[in-house]
Design a protein around this ligand. Structure first.
Ligand code: ADP
Ligand code: C5P
Ligand code: MG
Length: 222
């Protein structure tokens, strides 16, 4: 288990030994990342790590970074990568699993570059939940999870940060052919249908004349 005394190199080395498989789950605030991740966990055996949830737990634990995290979250700003990556790495090591959905991370270029440099982990792909801002706003205002940052003033700041800092990260991965984009404005089950197809790609049928064992009689005679 990871301890507070582990150096970042120790943690990174131990994590690398697991050869973890990582999917980044991105999308604006309220696009449904957490909702879909829960379903992916049930169907595909991943461990779900939400960067926002980890930061909230760290804040509530009374750690030395607690006040800083609270101030950043209330302004919708991105917490320095060093803090978030340490939390993600510890959670990955503690999980015992080797397949992870990393939700809400990387949120900006600094997150992305620091994670890559420190962990050397390249995501398998990036799931991007694309949702209109009006719909995201409606969902967040109805979320009712008692989150301090789910108020209209902070929501607007979070949307701005998403457009300015997070979309460029999605563009970066688009350039690498890694983005799997989903229309997240649909109802939960319809969105999940699309998600399932991405995690469970249909195996293309092998054409009959290439399938030696399954040859039809006329081909076998020829
Ligand atoms: P995120 O993690 O991206 O911020 P959540 O999964 O917490 O988003 O979803 C935000 C709110 O919207 C929650 O109250 C959730 O129940 C609701 N929600 C999620 N997906 C949908 C959807 N496809 N249609 C309608 N409401 C949704
Ligand atoms: O993803 P979620 O909406 O739970 O994130 C809530 C807040 O947590 C963000 O608005 C931001 O302040 C903080 N956060 C962060 N860095 C991340 C993810 C979330 O600073 N990578
Ligand atoms: Mg969430």
């Amino acid at each position: 288990m990871g301890t507070a005394n582990d150096s970042s190199k120790d943690i990174s080395d131990r994590l690398a030994e697991k050869h973890p498989k990582v999917v980044f789950v991105l999308g604006g605030p309220g696009s449904g990342k957490g909702t879909q991740c829960e379903k992916i966990v049930q169907h595909f055996g991943y461990t779900h790590l939400s960067a926002g949830d980890l930061l909230r737990a760290e804040k509530n634990s009374g750690s030395e970074n607690g006040i800083m995290i609270q101030n950043m979250m209330n302004e919708g700003k991105i917490v320095p990568s060093e803090v978030t990556i340490k939390l993600l790495q510890k959670a990955m090591l503690d999980s015992g699993n080797d397949k992870f959905l990393i939700d809400g991370f990387p949120r900006n270029e600094e997150n992305r570059a620091a994670f890559e440099a420190l962990t050397k982990i390249e995501p398998e792909f990036v799931l991007y939940f694309n949702c209109p801002e009006k719909e995201m706003e409606r969902r967040i205002l109805n979320r009712n999870q008692g989150r301090e940052d789910d108020n209209i003033e902070t929501i607007r700041k979070r949307f701005k940060v998403f457009l300015e800092s997070s979309l460029p990260v999605i563009e970066y991965y688009k350039g690498k052919g890694k983005v799997r984009e989903i229309d997240a404005a649909k109802p939960v089950e319809e969105v999940f249908k699309e998600v399932k197809d991405i995690f469970n790609p249909k195996v293309p049928k092998v054409p009959k004349d290439e399938n030696v064992e399954g040859r039809c009689m006329c081909c076998a005679i020829l």
